[in-house]
Design a protein around this ligand. Structure first.
Ligand SMILES: NC(=O)c1ccc[n+]([C@@H]2O[C@H](COP(=O)([O-])OP(=O)(O)OC[C@H]3O[C@@H](n4cnc5c(N)ncnc54)[C@H](O)[C@@H]3O)[C@@H](O)[C@H]2O)c1
Length: 380
């Protein structure tokens, strides 16, 4: 039997949205054991929640600094190996920095940091270590997204000539139109969230997905954001024109005020020979469009899929797998990397993906603030 990877968790308590996704996902491939962590800044809540999920109190800490100090005192055979960071955005950087400096591998929620500068600092530390760092752009774990990536890479749709990614939600409507609720939501507070709400939260998923499936890097963008109220410092909607080159262009549309939309994330990539289209709310179908043939609908688990897509599904065809499974594939990618078993490009989103995500957010805000001008996505 393989030893389980000892996992610590920061954030993701019982009051959180994403905590349960990580806990379930980490268990799905039988590769991790949750050892402890800090689930909540309030210690009594933290202990209460740890008990609820059956963890021993010994390894539940006051804060991440105490956790790192205490874990370092343990024998390496007992110490946490990987720590997942699931807190509000502003805590990602100080936590990830200290973890890397002390030789823990990291699984970090997106956006990776609150500024591009912080992301660059993490990159520097990471490069001086031999550790694994994943950023949970969850949707890259879906088997039909991985299939899309491999089909584009294999030239099935020919040279990419048009891209269109839409990520529409409506959840912020009841908050944005209420000034009291608006001031209490961490996602609308720059000191907790970073410089962008909508683009930082969901636009960044679309950007990462675009570069993930095409294997290409966006060169320039022009963005038009909407803050809705003059006293609201954070965008809640945006349209971003993107250019890979003078001849390969497209658009990322993201909104949290698309009334009635739930998690409507659509990825469409059009090449000279065909198109590929996928929707997050219906993730087990990949549409292959062509001018010459009728629509083909590809589904997970079949032999016609790539090996990478096939290792990303656990059940025979016809058994729907969803977001928990997608996150589990990312956890599995990290486990395979740690065990020297990783085979495919893209088994988990990397620190570089997180860094480019931060570059995208900063440049999108810069373009908007400049009066909607084209800006280059370079690192200077
Ligand atoms: N990958 C995805 O699809 C996805 C989806 C949702 C959220 N997220 C990301 O996950 C992160 C958390 O989002 P959420 O919606 O779960 O937030 P949330 O507000 O629902 O939960 C945050 C959790 O962090 C805990 N926390 C706060 N301060 C802490 C501290 N100092 N130490 C330890 N724990 C602390 C809170 O108690 C809570 O349990 C964000 O960065 C968000 O962008 C990603």
């Amino acid at each position: 039997m393989k030893n389980k990877i000892r996992l610590g968790i920061l954030g993701g308590g019982g009051d959180s949205l994403i905590g349960i996704v990580h806990r379930i996902a980490s268990s799905m491939h039988d590769s991790y054991e949750i050892i402890g962590g800090v689930f909540n800044p309030d210690f009594s809540e933290n202990i209460k929640f740890a008990k609820e999920i059956g963890l021993n109190e010994d390894r539940i800490y006051q804060d991440y600094e105490e956790m790192i100090e205490a874990e370092l005192k343990l024998d390496e055979s007992q110490r946490m190996e990987v720590v997942s960071i699931l807190t509000p955005n502003f805590l990602h950087y100080p936590m990830a920095k200290k973890l890397l400096e002390n030789n823990f591998s990291v699984i970090c929620e997106k956006p990776m940091t609150t500024t591009f500068e912080e992301a660059q600092n993490l990159e520097q530390i990471y490069k001086s270590k031999n550790l694994t760092f994943a950023v949970t752009y969850t949707y890259t774990g879906y088997p039909m997204i991985r299939q899309m990536k491999e089909m584009i890479n294999d030239g099935v749709i020919g040279e990419v000539q048009r891209v269109d990614l839409q990520y529409y939600q409506g959840w912020i409507n009841p908050i944005i139109h209420d000034s009291v609720k608006r001031s209490k939501t961490w996602r609308l507070q720059p000191d907790k969230s970073g410089i962008s709400c909508c683009i930082g939260d969901i636009g960044t998923h679309a950007f990462d997905m675009l570069e993930y499936v095409t294997g290409m890097e966006v060169q320039e963008l022009l963005s038009d954001l909407n803050y809705v109220y003059d006293d609201n410092p954070m965008d809640v909607d945006g349209t971003i024109l993107i250019r890979f080159s003078d001849k390969i262009k497209g658009v990322i549309r993201a909104s949290q005020i698309a009334t009635g939309e739930e998690n409507c994330f659509t990825v469409a990539i059009y090449g000279r020979k065909g198109g590929l289209k996928w929707q997050q709310e219906n993730p087990n179908y990949l549409n292959h469009l062509s001018e010459e043939e009728p629509l083909k609908v590809l589904k997970p688990g079949h032999d016609y899929n790539s090996d990478f897509s096939k290792i990303s599904t656990k059940l025979p065809p016809g058994h729907p797998e969803g977001m928990f499974d997608s996150m589990a594939n990312i956890y599995n990618g990290v486990a395979r990397e740690i065990r020297g078993e990783k085979e495919f490009t893209g088994e988990y989103p990397t620190l570089n993906d997180g860094l480019r995500g931060m570059l995208f957010i900063e440049k999108a805000v810069e373009s908007h603030n400049n009066g909607n001008t084209w800006v280059k996505l370079n690192r200077d």
